[in-house]
Structure formats: structure tokens, C-alpha cells
Design a binder for this molecule. Structure first.
Ligand SMILES: Nc1ncnc2c1ncn2[C@@H]1O[C@H](COP(=O)(O)OP(=O)(O)O)[C@@H](O)[C@H]1O
Ligand SMILES: O=P(O)(O)OC[C@H]1O[C@](O)(COP(=O)(O)O)[C@@H](O)[C@@H]1O
Length: 320
């Protein structure tokens, strides 16, 4: 069973503004609302991949009720605690003229230590060696940045595998617990390294350093339209990006994480996991907002995934 943990869910409000400009009045040409937050997106994509998951986390207010109702109606098992306040709304500005996506994310709720204990109990419930727990996204504003480290340690103790998709201090501390798989995008990896990365071998070397230093089994570095670098103990594979028409890049990383969780749960081969992950990420950018793509669309894209094995002296510029 896969458990997704969303400590800071959101309603994603995606607005289309062509030629979006700061310091001026912008007119919205379309609006859509999606239930979101990284773990919830992972559960939505898993459902469309024909996978089962249990979504756990923290909700509040009318937006929280809306999210719970969506999950219930979609048939996604969920076990959220409700706290006072209101679940945040995150604004996503899509500009089809300038081909930009701008995320404006609210900080989110405040919670108590007791709330966090209740969620932790739900996360740790019924775990065994077949379980996969996905920790992704930001956390309530007053929660300590060591939360993923502590919870990953607890899940590791239960013998289950963990996936971490977080940024900044949550990533930095979370990796210290030795998650099974991490999926930073290139910018998150650069944040951790505190410098720019210019070539593919540099990404691979950084991934290997993370694996050796923290006992991480798999590092997947997503590179937006350039695809992703997949590193495990057998080596590094650069899966190329697939050129598609982009509607919204929001949730592409979550789709990739969902596919990786699905592949782990199903015991897929490394190559099959890679093609599913790239296909799921690519399919996501072809839909509006964070609407998950159909299984048929993902399967069609899987046929188009190509990759190359990376040798240490391969000189490929990332140029991002
Ligand atoms: N513009 C794009 N064109 C084609 N594929 C994309 C594009 N953006 C993302 N993807 C696919 O989705 C995956 C995850 O996207 P990325 O933007 O790197 O993650 P994140 O959302 O975490 O920043 C990429 O590795 C790639 O396969
Ligand atoms: O918790 P954070 O880091 O604020 O991110 C939440 C946002 O990330 C998303 O899950 C999208 O994430 P990705 O584009 O990285 O896949 C949105 O649905 C949500 O608004």
C-alpha cells in the first residue's frame, strides 16, 4: 500500500493570463480549481494509473471539506485530521503567450504539537516491508523543519520504504534520515548544493554523493523539458524530455513521484520505472491545472521515452 502525506494541502487556482505583466492590470481569460498539495496530487495520479493509495494529512475549513469530498467521491482512501482555520489557496498564473507558469503559494496553517502527533500516528499505522510512504511538499508554518527527518526515521524503523520530495531545509534535514528515494528538481538540488550545476555528470556526481553520504538507494533529478536523470547503484540514466504542447507544468513533479511510487509498489524493473515516470510527468504538462492525465495518455507516451546511459566523462551541458 502507498501512503501519501500532505501536511500543507491547497486548492490550486489556475488562472490564464496572456502577456502577464507585473506592475500593471492583468485580465484573466479562464479560471480552474483543483484540489492540490503535493501528496494529494500524487494520490490523484496514482488513481489514474490504476493504483491505490491512502492520503493522510491536515485540512481545515470549507476548502478542507471541499478537498475531503473530492477525495471521497474520487474513491481515494483518505484520513486527514481537521484543525481550526482554512486550508490555503495557491494561485498559478499560466501565460500561453510568454510560455510561463508562475506559482504564488500561500504559507498555510498553524498547527499544534498534538495535531502533528495525531497525523504521525496515522502515517505509521499498518506499515510493513511492502509499504511505500511519500513525504512531499511544504509543512505548516510553525512546524520544525526536521519533521520529515523524524518521520522518515520512524517509517524506516517499521521496515517500509520512503520517498521524499521537498525543498530547502525540509530536504536538507529529510535526507539525513536516509529515505529510499528522493526526487529533487534541478533547482532544489542546486539549493542544497548552494551552487549552480552546469553539466549532466555534475548532477550524477551530486546524486552519488547523496547516496553514499545518506544511504539513499535512488536519486531522481527532474529537469523539466530536458527530462530527468535517474541514478541508482547500477549507474546513471538520462531519460530525455519529450517535446509536447504544454498546458500547465504544475504537478509534473508530483506525477513523476506518483509513477515512481507505483513502480516501487509494483516491483517494476528500473527501465520500466523510468519510462513510466517520464511518461507520467510529460502527460501532466499536457493537461490544464493539476488535472491528472488518463492512463491511456501515459501509456502512449511511454512508447516515446528514450534514454542514454551516462558515463562519467559524458560532456552534456544542462544549460538550465
Ligand atoms: N515543459 C515540459 N515538457 C516536457 N516534459 C516536461 C516539461 N516539464 C516537465 N516535464 C516532465 O515532467 C517531469 C517533472 O517535471 P519538473 O518540472 O522537473 O518537476 P517539478 O514539478 O518537481 O519541478 C520532468 O522530468 C519531465 O519528464
Ligand atoms: O507545498 P508547496 O511546496 O507549497 O507546494 C504545493 C504546490 O505544489 C503542487 O503540488 C505542484 O507541485 P509540482 O509542480 O512541484 O509537482 C501544487 O499542487 C501545490 O499548490
Amino acid at each position: 500500500m502507498i501512503t501519501t502525506v500532505t501536511l500543507n494541502p491547497a486548492i490550486d487556482k489556475t488562472v490564464e493570463i496572456n502577456s502577464f505583466a507585473v506592475n500593471s492590470v492583468n485580465r484573466i481569460s479562464s479560471v480552474r480549481l483543483d484540489v492540490g498539495g503535493k501528496g494529494i496530487n500524487v494520490s490523484k495520479v496514482l488513481l489514474n494509473l490504476d493504483g491505490r493509495s491512502r492520503a493522510v494529512g491536515i485540512l481545515a475549513g470549507k476548502a478542507g471539506e471541499y478537498i475531503r469530498q473530492y477525495l471521497d467521491e474520487a474513491g481515494i482512501e483518505n484520513d486527514f485530521i481537521f484543525v481550526p482555520g482554512e486550508t490555503r489557496t495557491n494561485l498559478k498564473v499560466v501565460d500561453q503567450t510568454k510560455h510561463t507558469n508562475t506559482d504564488i503559494n500561500e504559507i498555510g496553517l498553524e498547527v499544534t504539537a498534538g495535531d502533528m502527533e495525531r497525523v504521525k500516528e496515522k502515517v505509521l499505522r499498518d506499515l510493513d516491508a511492502h509499504s511505500v510512504v511519500v513525504f512531499s511538499g511544504s509543512v505548516p508554518r510553525n512546524v520544525n523543519a526536521d519533521v520529515y527527518r523524524q518521520w522518515i526515521e520512524a517509517v524506516n524503523k517499521a521496515g517500509a520504504r520512503t520517498i521524499l520530495d521537498a525543498d530547502g531545509e525540509l530536504f536538507k534535514q529529510g535526507i539525513e534520515a536516509g529515505p529510499y528515494l528522493i526526487k529533487p528538481n534541478i533547482h532544489e538540488l542546486e539549493n542544497w548544493l548552494d551552487r549552480k550545476i552546469n553539466t549532466m555528470p555534475e548532477i550524477a556526481a551530486t546524486a552519488r554523493r547523496l547516496m553514499q553520504q545518506y544511504g539513499i538507494a535512488v536519486v531522481v533529478v527532474s529537469l523539466g523539458e530536458k527530462g530527468a536523470l535517474f541514478v541508482n547503484q547500477d549507474g546513471a540514466i538520462w531519460a530525455h524530455g519529450i517535446c509536447v504542447e504544454v498546458k500547465s507544468t504544475v504537478g509534473a513533479g508530483d506525477s513523476m513521484v506518483a509513477a515512481l511510487a507505483y513502480a516501487l509498489d509494483a516491483g517494476y524493473s528500473w527501465e520500466k520505472a523510468i519510462s513510466l515516470a517520464v511518461a507520467a510527468g510529460t502527460a501532466n504538462v499536457m493537461t490544464a491545472g493539476t488535472e491528472p492525465s488518463s492512463l491511456a495518455a501515459v501509456q502512449e507516451l511511454e512508447k516515446q521515452v528514450t534514454w542514454e546511459y551516462l558515463l562519467d566523462d559524458t560532456k552534456i551541458e544542462v544549460g538550465m
